[in-house]
Design a protein around this ligand. Structure first.
Ligand code: B12
Ligand code: SF4
Length: 644
């Protein structure tokens, strides 16, 4: 495809015979398209035309800039199509109805000894990016890219693999030129760097393949950027994809519908990591979650039936990490570790045996639903296996919000009681909170602050409700005509991608107030202290040993940056002195307390920066209503508009 004189010329096979006349598009009708307006077309006077414009890929939008826009889409029944609009010209939609996207392109064979460069794109700064902590500890980033490590293990043995983690490594042209195939993974929040990386590889003439959560939930964004897009989990079918690549029959789109049996997934290639650069390692026991929260794309990407690895398989992963010298935190990345609680209990018991036989080298943490509080036996076993803490999606103290989100498991017992129980049984609790539910009223912010304070949850990830593509909430918002299509929202820290019931300025102002209240230094460190009072850590829980000189370096940098140079030094010293006075002889609480102390360097700054950004958004929102032109119109799919 090239741009000449402000017009597109589509040269790929399949795009030659462009037809004009949007109304006559039986193609649009039969393909069951989800159409949306694109910003370039926004200026056009005819609203009708907008309705026919399919989802537009970001990259082509930017390239098209002033003169034109091009959209690429995959229809619900798997057909691939393009649409073009040029300024002042008619909108055109290809008349060809492709049965199989693979007939659009052909790729030369890569041969038998493929050199693969795997790239994990950069994250923007966020609640999770822990930037502040990285100034204090001798590590470069938080988590390894387990998806890529898993795909690496699925690659044929005769392929040569390298991994670049863009959070701390430069990506040189020479790296890309070395490869026959560039593989990229990533979440929506990494969208910008995914795009940049794929385009760079393409500009250097390299074959590209993308997979992972973003590709799985929004393949139409990836199709114009990568040669091969893999939707879903390729654990069982990757040998076929690899064979296609080797012999030259690889397709632009692999849409894997079947959920694989992960008990056959091979051991992730941890050996590809520069392991000492990470704060934590990651392993996965299960995928999927049995619940049905309306806003959650876990269940649409990974399914509602939890699939698990066998205990033997997971222990082999622990062995591999141990052999690589890892003696630190390990996140069990499951969407809901207790999705199948019987198997989780069996797994945890084996993990305990492993920890005992290796003298407790790993500190474990995971994510679980709040009904963990109803499983005391499981909590006890987790404590014995050296789980320190657990992330829980509490979302809201409002029962109406839980009902609305279909998060019924959070209604079975008072969430505050559940948190208290889990803390008192030996697991420290961190949690996620959401504002922006339809049932939220103006006092939701105070309710949230009050709950988080009473529950003593220092790392409270508070964000806005989002309606990610593929979720029931996305569909509901679309049906109600409230979905905002032209949103840049990539995470829960961006304003919602739909029109909220609470006016946007009220939501932004309330959220800003919540952040300031929760992450003002005094409140934050006070919650840290109280969380240690509630957390009944017990034997055999044990923190990982940190070599003396490294520990000394961290203490020195913390005192310098936080205790001397920071604006919050008074609150810092107050907490540090209380920590030393009360828990210096209690290794678990002391190490957790120290982790919280240094985490303040990230959270306090992050919340301040976000509050400034929110001020700007708030200012804008008071003067500028969200343009109704950008709101998805449910009628766009009605047959009135898609006529023969
Ligand atoms: C661990 C985790 C994190 C960690 C960090 C992980 C990391 N490496 O940096 C933490 C806790 C920091 C985190 C944070 C966030 N996360 Co997160 N996270 C996860 C979680 C639970 C596990 C990831 C993982 O390791 N999976 C295991 C691997 C094996 O699975 P996988 O990556 O899907 O890989 C498989 C396939 O996708 C495919 N594949 C993957 N890559 C590739 C590449 C190629 C070339 C191919 C062919 C195939 C392929 O093959 C693999 C094997 O089947 C996932 C949920 C999940 N089940 O994956 C959410 C998930 C990825 N996170 C998500 C989100 C939204 C976030 C946040 C934005 C949260 C927020 N509230 O704002 C933040 C952003 C982080 C930031 N720094 O800004 C979403 C992403 C949604 C999307 N469509 O993009 C997920 C899916 C969960 C969810 N629905 O809420 N996260
Ligand atoms: S409990 Fe968590 S992972 Fe499960 S459906 Fe709800 S939000 Fe998604």
């Amino acid at each position: 495809m090239s741009i000449a004189d402000g017009r597109f010329e589509l040269s790929e096979r399949g795009f030659k015979g462009l037809g004009s006349g949007v109304r006559g598009s039986s193609f649009a009708n039969s393909a069951n398209l989800e159409m949306r307006a694109c910003p370039q077309v926004r200026e056009r006077e005819s609203r009708e035309e907008k309705r026919y414009f399919p989802k537009v890929s970001n990259i082509e939008q930017t390239r098209a800039a002033e003169n034109a826009a091009i959209g690429v889409y995959v229809s619900k029944n798997g057909r691939l199509g393009w649409a073009v609009a040029t300024r002042g010209a008619k909108m055109e939609i290809p008349m060809k109805n492709h049965k199989d996207p693979s007939d659009l392109k052909s790729f030369p064979p890569l041969g038998a000894a493929v050199k693969v460069l795997m790239i994990w794109p950069r994250f923007p700064s966020s609640f999770w990016s822990m930037d502040g902590i990285l100034d204090l500890v001798p590590i470069k980033t938080d988590q390894p890219p387990l998806g890529l490590l898993t795909v690496a293990a699925l690659c044929p043995k005769n392929w040569t693999l390298r991994l670049i983690d863009r959070s701390f490594e430069a990506l040189l042209d020479a790296d890309i030129l070395w490869a026959d195939l560039v593989m990229v993974s990533g979440m929506r929040v990494q969208k910008d760097d995914i795009r940049e990386t794929l385009l760079r590889a393409r500009a250097l003439g390299k074959r590209t393949m993308v997979g992972g959560p973003l590709a799985s939930s929004e393949p139409e964004l990836m199709l114009p950027l990568a040669d091969h897009v893999v939707v879903g989990e390729p654990d069982e079918v990757f040998p076929e994809i690899a064979a296609d690549l080797e012999r030259g029959s690889a397709k632009p789109l692999y849409d894997i519908k079947e959920k694989p049996d992960i008990s056959k997934t091979p051991l992730p290639r941890f050996d590809l990591l520069k392991i000492d650069k990470y704060a934590s390692m990651a392993v996965q026991f299960s995928r999927g979650c049995p619940f049905q929260c309306e806003f959650c794309d876990i269940i649409t990407i990974y399914g509602r039936k939890p699939r698990t690895k066998s205990p033997r398989q997971l222990l082999a992963e622990f062995d591999a990490l141990y052999e690589l010298g890892w003696r630190d935190q390990v996140l069990i990345v499951d969407d809901n570790f207790i999705g199948n609680h019987k198997l989780a209990l069996e797994m945890v018991r084996k993990l305990e045996e492993w920890q005992v036989s290796h003298h407790y080298p790993m500190l474990l943490y995971t994510e679980a639903s709040i009904d963990l509080a109803q499983k005391p036996e499981l909590i006890k076993a987790m404590v014995r296996a050296n789980f320190f803490y657990v992330f829980i999606g509490i979302e809201s103290p409002s029962p109406q919000a839980q009902m609305e989100a279909k998060k019924f498991q959070n209604l079975r017992r008072d969430p505050l009681e559940s948190v208290r129980f889990i803390q008192s049984e030996g697991l420290w609790v961190t949690a996620g909170f959401i504002v922006g539910f339809d049932s939220d009223t103006e006092d939701i912010f105070d309710q949230q602050i009050d709950f988080i304070e009473r529950a003593a949850i220092p790392w409270a990830m508070a964000g806005f409700l989002q309606a990610p593509p593929t979720t029931p909430l996305f569909d509901r918002m679309r049906k109600e005509g409230r979905l905002i299509m032209d949103t840049t929202a990539t995470s829960n820290f961006d304003p919602p991608n739909f029109i909220t019931r609470l006016p946007l300025p009220v939501l932004l102002e309330g959220y800003r107030r919540m952040l300031v209240a929760l992450y003002s230094p005094g409140a934050f460190f006070d919650r840290c202290y109280r969380s240690l009072l509630h957390w009944q850590a017990r034997k055999p829980q044990e923190p990982p040993e940190i070599p003396f000189m490294i520990a000394l370096g961290i203490v020195f940098r913390s005192i310098l940056h936080q205790g001397i140079l920071s604006s919050y030094r008074r609150a810092y010293w107050k907490f540090l002195l209380r920590l030393v006075a009360r828990w210096s002889l209690h290794p678990c609480r002391f190490s957790m307390g120290f982790a919280m102390l240094i985490s303040g360097h990230h959270f306090i700054h992050y919340a301040r920066n976000l509050a400034v950004q929110l001020d700007a958004q708030l200012h804008k929102s008071r003067f500028q209503r969200r343009s109704p032109e950008l709101i998805y119109e449910p009628s766009a799919r009605s047959s009135d508009f898609i006529t023969e």
